[in-house]
Ligand binder design. Structure first.
Ligand code: AMP
Length: 203
């Protein structure tokens, strides 16, 4: 059994990972993946480069793979919030890589500064994973283009930067719209007091 499989991940997710050069889990992956697979909320202190994307991404993909029915229009199973478009794009690329080329995983990036048209069309069919910066997501929520009630997984990536960039108000509004029947994962490079406060409120 591979090291990733012994963390509890399904074989059909682990196979393509090895082909992508992921053989040994990083520290954050070994620590977080078993907890997330158990359905627990997690707060991870981790820098970029630590492998945090796979730490939250792989258990979410494992969960999505177990669901047979398609997501309903204008909903998503998982929401990943990121402070910048660069990070959001990287997360999307990583998730597609983890899922493998034959996957039917449906994702959309909701970023400001680009046309909403394509984003709205993707949302209409129902998504497995939405990766968003807070401002554009809040705009689309206000226009009823996405309904977050029922979203099962929520990730706040680089939460410290999200707060530094002044996203606390939209983040709290977004979290409120999701409701409490969710699994929440927060990642931050530091545990500054504001991050600790947010973690206390969300986890
Ligand atoms: P991240 O911190 O999630 O941005 O990941 C940093 C880089 O490490 C990315 O290029 C990943 O593809 C790579 N990576 C993450 N986990 C592993 C692993 N277990 N084995 C090899 N490479 C990894």
């Amino acid at each position: 059994m591979s090291d990733f499989q012994s963390l509890g991940l399904p074989a059909r997710l682990v196979g393509p990972l090895a082909a992508a050069g992921f053989t040994q889990p990083t520290k954050i992956q070994s620590q977080a993946i078993p907890f997330i697979l158990e359905g627990r909320d997690v707060m991870g202190i981790a820098q970029t480069g630590s492998g945090k994307t796979a730490a939250f991404g792989l258990p979410i993909l494992a969960g999505i793979m177990e669901i047979e029915e398609r997501p309903k229009p204008r909903t998503t199973r998982a929401l990943i919030l990121a402070p910048t478009r660069e990070l959001a794009v990287q997360i999307d690329e990583s998730l597609r890589k983890f899922a493998g080329p034959k996957s039917r995983l449906q994702t959309v990036l909701l970023l400001g500064g680009v046309s909403r048209h394509h984003q709205i069309k993707r949302l209409e069919r129902g998504m497995d994973v939405v990766i968003a910066t807070p401002g554009r997501l809040k705009d689309l929520m206000d226009d009823n283009k996405i309904r977050l009630a029922g979203t099962q997984w929520l990730v706040l990536d680089e939460a410290d930067r999200m707060l530094d960039m002044g996203f606390i108000v939209p983040v709290r509004q977004i979290v409120k719209a999701i409701g409490t029947e969710r699994q929440t994962m927060m990642f931050s490079a530091t545990m500054a007091p504001e991050v600790a406060d947010l973690a206390k409120a969300l986890l």
